[in-house]
Design a protein around this ligand. Structure first.
Ligand code: PLP
Length: 373
């Protein structure tokens, strides 16, 4: 029987069979021609990696068990003990925890670069500096990096540029086209898009780095499971449609919040008042994504009251699902920063982050209005 499924089946197997020693040798001599062991490679995780690689315009990619695993793989692709990295100060709290608490233990040091200094790296670079890690759109204050300028500045100092493109997604921005060396995603977010997968993907601009990423993923065991890969591939198919709706809804909500008397500030790159609105518009081709943050009074009771009243935005500390949610950076993603770092970054008691979903926007707006009233 000739079975030809339209959709790749889930290869829920940890290992594959060889007929004889010739087949084993072919596996090693012709990489990609067959599979041996799912930690080293599986058709479902390869399908996901290849799909994201194609979207991002890369030379090769690997899928990993989480966004954190993928950031780890990207940093290890370029760094060894004794090296130094630069990291944008506006960064996901998990990324700074990885650098501060873990990579420091294996002799990789870090300097954080304030957003305003990102295009002037000379003062931060040391002889051992290898790379800069930055986000296209930062978590949680939605500051937008000018990636072409950043890539030029990094390469001028012989540094690699590693871009966490999670918030933007490749629908808004393709960092490799703008000069980045690696782009990566927490697939947990927009790429899979339904809040039911934990995964990551790292994409390299060149084949040598892509091979190194595969080696790291295999040896550290960062691999993604077949089932998670399959779900992420399914989600990815609607990424373009979803990101348009997320962006459309978020812009309408940002405009409403801006007018609301209980709201002290709104952070959304789609608003003309946003400091990087022009670059965001150019890099995002007129779309600004589904993430926004806003400030209530710096009063925990006001924040908790809002959380209790709002119905369509459950407090669930992740983002980018088709269903809306909210998060609280001070208590979750950026909890481990010092109070001084939190203050410098503007992560205050009243800061709430919304992940705007694809529900009818008038329903979302009505819900926010009643919760803020
Ligand atoms: N990068 C960004 C921008 C994130 O927001 C997150 C998680 O929230 C990560 C990376 C880490 O991804 P994961 O939770 O899939 O490990």
């Amino acid at each position: 029987m000739d079975i030809r499924p339209k959709i790749t089946p889930i290869y829920q197997t940890s290992v594959f069979k060889f007929q004889d020693l010739t087949e084993l040798e072919t596996y090693f001599q012709e990489p990609g021609s067959s599979y041996m062991y799912s930690r080293n490679g599986n058709p479902n995780s390869d399908e996901l990696a290849e799909a994201v690689n194609k979207l991002e315009g890369g030379a090769g990619a690997v899928a990993t068990g989480s966004g954190m695993a993928t950031i780890f793989a990207a940093l290890m692709a370029y760094c060894r003990a004794g090296d130094h990295v630069l990291c944008a100060a506006d960064i996901y709290g998990g990324s700074s925890a990885l650098l501060n608490a873990e990579l420091s233990r294996v002799g990789i040091t870090v300097t954080y670069v304030p957003f305003e200094q990102l295009y002037n790296l000379g003062q931060f670079v040391q002889p051992t500096t290898r790379l800069l890690l930055a986000e296209t759109i930062s978590n949680p204050l939605l500051r937008v990096a000018d990636l072409r300028r950043l890539a030029d500045e990094c390469h001028r100092h012989d540094l690699k540029l590693v871009v966490d493109n999670t918030f933007a997604s490749p629908i808004l921005t393709k960092p490799l086209d703008l000069g980045a060396d690696i782009t990566l995603h927490s697939v947990t977010k927009y790429i899979s898009g339904h809040s039911d997968v934990t995964a990551g993907v790292t994409v390299a601009a060149d084949a040598e780095t892509a091979a190194r990423l595969r080696q790291i993923t295999m040896i550290y065991g960062l691999t993604l499971s077949p089932m998670e890969s399959w779900l992420a591939v399914r989600g990815l198919k609607t990424l373009r449609l979803r990101v348009r709706e997320h962006s459309h809804n978020a812009l309408a909500i940002a405009k409403m919040l801006q007018q609301h008397p209980a709201v002290r500030a709104v952070y959304y790159p789609g608003l003309p008042q946003h400091e990087q609105h022009a670059v965001a518009s150019e890099q995002g081709h007129g779309l600004f994504g589904g993430m926004l943050s806003f400030k209530l009074d710096d009063d925990p009771e006001a924040v908790s009251d809002f959380m209790r009243r709002v119905k369509r935005f459950p407090f669930a500390p992740s983002l980018a699902g088709v269903d809306s949610s909210l998060s609280y950076p001070l208590g979750t993603s950026h909890r481990n920063l010092t109070p001084e770092q939190q203050e410098t970054l503007g992560i205050s008691v009243g800061l709430v982050r919304l992940s705007v979903g694809i529900e009818p926007v008038e329903e979302l707006i009505a819900d926010l209005e009643q919760a803020l009233s």
